[in-house]
Design a protein around this ligand. Structure first.
Ligand code: F6R
Length: 601
C-alpha cells in the first residue's frame, strides 16, 4: 500500500538513494511522500503532497546525509496532505509506517492525557508516540521496540530513527512486509526489494515479529523476545529491466507487451511439451468435492474463469467469491474443500485474512501468487506460482494473464480424463505458441474506431455470456480504473431485465463473443441494444464472425481452445483502456485514489 525505504551508508548520498527507492516504490502509493535524515545530531524532515518529484524539489535545499528513512503514502487515516505524510516525529522518535494500527484511537486518547499533542490524523503518529513514551523511561532501544510490539495492535512495518543515535536505523514488522538489503557501502531497509535492487542484490527477508538494527556496516536481527537471530541472506535475480519503462510511455503498455513472455514462462514452469506433465506439477483437484476461489478485483475475475472451466470440464462444483465477502459470509467448507486464493501481490489484506481463516479451520488452501516470499505464498498449504515478474503498473495486465494461464492448467489437469487425445494434442500445440497469438493480437488490433466511440461518453457497457462475461468484467474494470469512464459489465442476457433503459443513441456497448455454443444467443442480445440506438463495438473470435452480424466496429480474436481463450481475449480490452487513457492524458500507471497492493480491509 505505502512504500518504505531506509538507508544507512558510509557516504553522504542518502537523499539520492532514498529518492531512487521512493521512485521505485511510487506504484505502492503516491499521494504524498517524505524523507527524514540525520543532520549531525538532529533529524531533518521534509514532506510533500503529491508525486515524488514534488519531494525531490524540496529536498534539494537540505544538505546530503549518510542515513535516513523515507515513505510514499496511500492515505488510509487522514487526507493526503503534508501533515499526514510520513515520517512522523514525536520526542526522540521519527518513523515511517506501512499498515494499520487498529487500537490507535484508544491509544491516542491515553497519550493525549500524558501530554502528547498530535499534529496529524494518522494512526502512524500514534505508533510514534507509543515509542516516544516508552523511551521516556526505558533507555534500551531494543526493549522499547519489544514493548511497543506488545501494545500496538494491527499491522505494521516500521522504519525508525532515534534522534540520539546518529547513523542507526531500526525496523520491525507484523503482517506487513519488510526486507533488508546488504550493500558494500551501506545497508537498506525497505517494504519491497525493488526499492534497493539497483544498489545491491544481496538481501534478507525480515520475518514476522522480528526487530532489526542496521548501521552502515552491521545488521543485527532479533526475535520478539530479543533473542539474536542469524539472517539468511539471498541473492535477488530480479531483472532490473522489469522495473524500468524501457522506452514505453507507461509501465502498463510495457507490461501488456510482456504478456506473451510471462504467459510462456508461467506455462513452462508447469510443463514443457505434454499436458500429462501436469500430474507432477499441479494439484490433484479430483480428491476434492468442492472448490472455492477467493480473491479481489482482477484476481477475482480470474477466479470466475477458473470456476467456469472446472465446472464445465472437470465437473467439480466451484464457488468464486470476493475475499471481503467470503470472510464475513458463512462459507460451507469441509475436509473435502480446497480454497484457492488468487493474488498478484500476495499481501492483499482481505485475501490474506480469508486464507488465514481457512487455515485456522484446518481446510486445505492453495495460493496462486506472483510475489515470491509474500505472506500468501508463505502461509498457503499449496502454492502455484505465476511467473509474471515485477508488475509496476497499478492496473494489472500481465499478472492477470499469468493467473489465467495457471487456472487454465489447473482446469486442464483436472479435466484431462474427459478430453480426447486429439483435443489434448491440439491444446498442447496452442499452449506452446500462446506468445505468438498474443504478439499478433497486440500488433494487429486496430482500436481507433473503438476509442473515438468511447471517449467523452458517460456510460459504457460490456456484455458477454459465460467466460465472456467474466472477461467483460475485467474489461470494464480496466477502463474505469485508468480512464475514469463509468463502465459496467453485464451478462448479455440480463440487460433487458432493467439496464437496457440506460441505452440511448450512440451508447457504446462492447460485446465479447468467443464461445461458439453461445454465439447466437449473444448476437440476439446485441440486436436488442442495437435496436435502441447503441453503438456496437464487437470483439469476436474470427471463425464465429459472418457478414450479417451488424456491428459498428469489429476486432477479431484468434480461435484457440476454450481453456486458453481467456488468456488472449482480454488483450484488446487492456489495449483499449490504455489507448483511451493515453488520449485523455490520464496518469496511466498511477490512477487517482488507487494503490498497487491493498493491505487494508
Ligand atoms: C485491477 C487490480 C486490482 C487487483 C486487486 C487484487 O487492475 O490490479 O483489482 O487485482 O487489488 O490484488 P492482488 O492480486 O495483489 O491480490
Amino acid at each position: 500500500m505505502c512504500g518504505i525505504i531506509g538507508y544507512a551508508g558510509s557516504k553522504p548520498c542518502a537523499h539520492g538513494v532514498l529518492l531512487s527507492g521512493l521512485k521505485a516504490l511510487e506504484y505502492r502509493g503516491y499521494d504524498s511522500s517524505g524523507i527524514a535524515s540525520f543532520q549531525g545530531d538532529q533529524i531533518k524532515i521534509v514532506k510533500a503532497k503529491g508525486k515524488i518529484k514534488e519531494l525531490e524539489e524540496k529536498i534539494k535545499d537540505v544538505p546530503e546525509s549518510t542515513c535516513g528513512i523515507a515513505h510514499t503514502r496511500w492515505a488510509t487515516h487522514g487526507e493526503p496532505n503534508e501533515i499526514n505524510a510520513h515520517p512522523h516525529k514525536v520526542g526522540q522518535i521519527t518513523l515511517v509506517h506501512n499498515g494499520i494500527i487498529e487500537n490507535a484511537a484508544a491509544l491516542k486518547k491515553a497519550y493525549e492525557k500524558r501530554g502528547i499533542v498530535f499534529k496529524s490524523d494518522t494512526d502512524s503518529e500514534v505508533a510514534c508516540a507509543c515509542l516516544a513514551i516508552l523511551y521516556r523511561t526505558e533507555k534500551n532501544k531494543l526493549n522499547v521496540l519489544r514493548e511497543a510490539a506488545k501494545i500496538l495492535k494491527g499491522s505494521y512495518a516500521f522504519g525508525i530513527m532515534f534522534e540520539d543515535e546518529e547513523g542507526v536505523l531500526y525496523g520491525m514488522r507484523k503482517d506487513s512486509p519488510l526486507v533488508l538489503g546488504i550493500g558494500e557501502d551501506g545497508n537498506f531497509l525497505a517494504s519491497d526489494l525493488s526499492a534497493f535492487v539497483r544498489f545491491t542484490r544481496k538481501y534478507a527477508v525480515i520475518d514476522e515479529n522480528q526487530i532489526v538494527r542496521i548501521t552502515n556496516k552491521e545488521i543485527e536481527c532479533y526475535d520478539k523476545d530479543l533473542k539474536h537471530i542469524e539472517l539468511k541472506t539471498q541473492i535477488s535475480e530480479m531483472d532490473i529491466s522489469t522495473i524500468e519503462k524501457n522506452g514505453y510511455d507507461s509501465f502498463l503498455l510495457k507490461e501488456i507487451h510482456e504478456e506473451g513472455k510471462v504467459v510462456m514462462d508461467t506455462i513452462h514452469h508447469y510443463m514443457t511439451q505434454s499436458l500429462h506433465e501436469l500430474s507432477k506439477t499441479m494439484i490433484d483437484l479430483k480428491k476434492y468435492d468442492h472448490l472455492y476461489f477467493v480473491a479481489c478485483g482482477s484476481a477475482y475475475h480470474v477466479g470466475l474463469l477458473a470456476k467456469n472451466l472446472i465446472e464445465k470440464y472437470a465437473r467439480i462444483p466451484c464457488n468464486c467469491e470476493v475475499a471481503s465477502e467470503f470472510r464475513y459470509n458463512s462459507p460451507i467448507l469441509d475436509e473435502k474443500t480446497l480454497v484457492v486464493c488468487i493474488s498478484q501481490s500476495g499481501e492483499t489484506a482481505d485475501t490474506l485474512a480469508a486464507l488465514r481463516m481457512v487455515n485456522k479451520m484446518g481446510i486445505d488452501s492453495c495460493a496462486i501468487v506472483n510475489v515470491k516470499g509474500s505472506s500468501l505464498e508463505k502461509e498457503a498449504k499449496y502454492v502455484l506460482p505465476t511467473l509474471a515478474g515485477v508488475e509496476i503498473s497499478v492496473a494489472t495486465t500481465k499478472a492477470y494473464c499469468a493467473q489465467v494461464a495457471v487456472c487454465a492448467l489447473l482446469a486442464l489437469h483436472a479435466s484431462i480424463d474427459h478430453l480426447s487425445s486429439l483435443q489434448i494434442h491440439m491444446i498442447e500445440k496452442q499452449l506452446l505458441k500462446l506468445d505468438t497469438y498474443i504478439h499478433k493480437l497486440i500488433s494487429d488490433t486496430k482500436l481507433d474506431g473503438f476509442v473515438s466511440s468511447i471517449i467523452n461518453k458517460k456510460n459504457v457497457f460490456f456484455i458477454g455470456r459465460g467466460m465472456d462475461y467474466a472477461l467483460s468484467m475485467e474489461g470494464a474494470l480496466k477502463l474505469k480504473e485508468i480512464t475514469y469512464i463509468q463502465a459496467v459489465a453485464y451478462p448479455a442476457g440480463e440487460l433487458k431485465h432493467g439496464t437496457i433503459s440506460l441505452i440511448e443513441k450512440d451508447t457504446p456497448v462492447m460485446v465479447l463473443i468467443s464461445d461458439e455454443h453461445l454465439v447466437d444467443k449473444s448476437i440476439s442480445n446485441m440486436k436488442e441494444v442495437k435496436a435502441r440506438g447503441a453503438k456496437i463495438l464487437l470483439v469476436i473470435r474470427e471463425d464465429l464472425y459472418h457478414e450479417n452480424i451488424e456491428a459498428d466496429e469489429v476486432i477479431f480474436l484468434p480461435k484457440v481452445s476454450e481453456f486458453l481463450q481467456g488468456i488472449v481475449s482480454i488483450v484488446p480490452y487492456q489495449l483499449l483502456a490504455h489507448h483511451i487513457a493515453a488520449q485523455m492524458g490520464c496518469d496511466i500507471d498511477q490512477p487517482k485514489n488507487l494503490a498497487k497492493s491493498v493491505t487494508v480491509e
